[in-house]
Ligand binder design. Structure first.
Ligand code: NAG
Ligand code: NAG
Ligand code: NAG
Ligand code: NAG
Length: 460
């Protein structure tokens, strides 16, 4: 079960976390434990089914080698759906100007061991869009989560003086289905108040747009009125900015798992009014007590032996689902993480995919590992690493520690996928978990730069 959700504010402020679009639904690691209680019975049954499927795969591990080569990522025509019902390049303000490289920059609080990424370390050219995380809704209005954040907003916006075509957006986040977001959309008056307040604040501060990051409307409990009112909010936002602030971009961070996509969004409505959506195509697998098995954080494709629901847990599948449901290809950004997940193996000799795990690994925080964390792990000569030709991602292990992560090759393959399939661009989560000091030995921000290199080069 994947429900990509970011850490709650509390955990973001209290820990030395890699900031994340984390996942609370599956692991319960989010502060929001009520997620688990809210789940319906049917979901539990489904999880049991998943476990059965997954266990079957464990016994099938020797079949795991796939023949697909790195160079043939586009070969698998059979498993994808071309086009989607409205595969039209719609007129966003920026269509046709090349690919978007939408990077999340998360403001971290100032505590202890965190590797804070200061705004002056950001490069004005690696991304076409920087989305600053996160602001919150408070009393129905958009509020920086901390007074100091205003200063950071301004410093990031100042990068536009260097690169005038850079766009800076502010993300408004809510990790709960019945929190401030839910209250805000629930009446005409609340929506109008929020829209006026938010757009005025963003306009005054110098932002180029707003990113809606509600994880998730109508999930885990199905609530059709929430789905409809979320669409209304977006329609009304568009109506308002088209009159009052035409330069404002409207975007949303959206779910990757099929169940959430279908239950949470009217994709056709989102397609009409948003400039783009960024699919959170990661956290497909991480340690959880429901499915305590190793797996890839962000596979590009499935493995041949994955069946049923397991076969839907990859970026290619999610992106095609959004297409099928009516999101125009050019409005879709495919998510590329710079972080990974660590696991503690139950048996160090059982160390491939679907290997039983007993918890998060020691690397990272709650299993979330930044790219420098992964690099450090790889530098130990006893660490084994592999690249899976089906999933097109690496993994590594050493004793009981097992990590799924991204490297230059895996992000390159994902960027090539975006390019060859002519999606609107890539969304990178996040600049903070990339190697911003150059500790991995290569260039600073090497994963982000790799994506940039592919998507800005003219070939192909
Ligand atoms: C973080 O700490 C530094 C140095 O102690 C200080 O200058 C800065 O204002 C602090 N930032 C925040 C957001 O608290
Ligand atoms: C929200 O409302 C509460 C209670 O009226 C108040 O204490 C708080 O300061 C308000 N917050 C903001 C950001 O206005
Ligand atoms: C949705 O909005 C309508 C009117 O704006 C309101 O009557 C209804 O209660 C709302 N429902 C939810 C779940 O927000
Ligand atoms: C946005 O800012 C411009 C210039 O400061 C101002 O003229 C305009 O009225 C503002 N619009 C909104 C919706 O706040």
């Amino acid at each position: 079960m994947t429900a990509p959700v970011k850490f709650s504010n509390a955990s973001r402020n209290d820990h030395d976390t890699v900031p994340l679009h984390a996942e609370s639904g599956k692991t319960g690691q989010s502060a929001d434990n009520k997620f688990r209680l809210l789940r319906g019975c049917w979901l539990f049954v489904m999880i049991l089914l998943l476990i059965v499927i997954a266990l079957a795969l464990v016994f099938d591990r020797n079949l795991c080698r796939s023949k697909r080569s790195h160079n043939s990522i586009m070969e698998d025509e059979s498993s994808r759906v071309e086009g989607g019902i409205s595969d039209v390049i719609s007129e966003t303000k920026e269509a046709a100007d090349g690919f978007r490289i939408v990077c999340y920059y998360v403001i971290q609080s100032n505590n202890t061991r965190s590797r804070i990424l200061p705004p002056h370390s950001l490069d004005p050219y690696y991304c076409t869009h920087i989305i600053i995380g996160f602001s919150a809704i408070e009393n129905g209005t958009l509020q920086p989560q901390n007074d100091d954040y205003l200063d950071v907003y301004k410093k990031v916006i100042a990068l536009k003086k260097v690169n005038p075509s850079l766009k800076v957006l502010l993300s408004v986040e809510d990790m709960s289905s019945y929190g401030e977001f839910s209250r805000m959309i629930s009446t005409d008056l609340h929506r109008t108040t929020f829209i006026k307040n938010a757009i005025s604040f963003l306009n005054k501060t110098g932002f180029d747009g707003i990113d809606l990051d509600w994880e998730f409307p109508s999930w885990p409990d199905a609530d059709l009125n929430q789905v409809k009112n979320f669409s209304l909010l977006i329609a009304e936002l568009r109506q308002y900015v088209s009159k009052e602030a035409q330069h404002m971009l409207l975007s949303a961070a959206v779910a990757a798992p099929d169940l959430i996509i279908q239950q949470s969004y009217e994709v056709g409505e989102l397609a009409k009014y948003l400039d783009f959506v960024s699919i959170m195509s990661y956290d497909y697998h991480m340690f959880s007590e429901f499915l305590p098995l190793t797996g890839p954080n962000a596979p590009l494709y499935p493995r041949d032996q994955e069946l049923g629901y397991m076969r839907t847990l990859n970026a290619d599948w999610s992106a095609n689902r959004w297409l099928e449901l009516g999101m125009p290809r050019k409005k879709i950004n495919v998510g590329i993480p710079t972080y990974g997940h660590s696991f503690r193996l139950t048996n160090e000799n059982n160390n491939g995919w679907n290997a039983p795990a007993s918890g998060f690994g020691y690397t990272g925080t709650d299993g979330f590992t930044s790219y420098p964390d992964a690099c450090k792990f790889l530098k130990d000569r006893k660490t084994n690493h592999n690249f899976d030709d089906s999933y097109q991602v690496p993994y590594a292990y050493n004793g009981n520690e097992w990590i799924s992560y991204e490297n230059e090759l895996s992000v390159k393959l994902k960027a090539m996928y975006v390019k060859e399939k002519r999606f609107g661009g890539a969304m990178i989560y996040s600049l903070n978990s990339d190697d911003f000091y150059g500790e991995c030995g290569a260039k600073k921000f090497v994963l982000t730069r790799t994506v940039n290199d592919i998507l800005t080069s003219d070939d192909g």
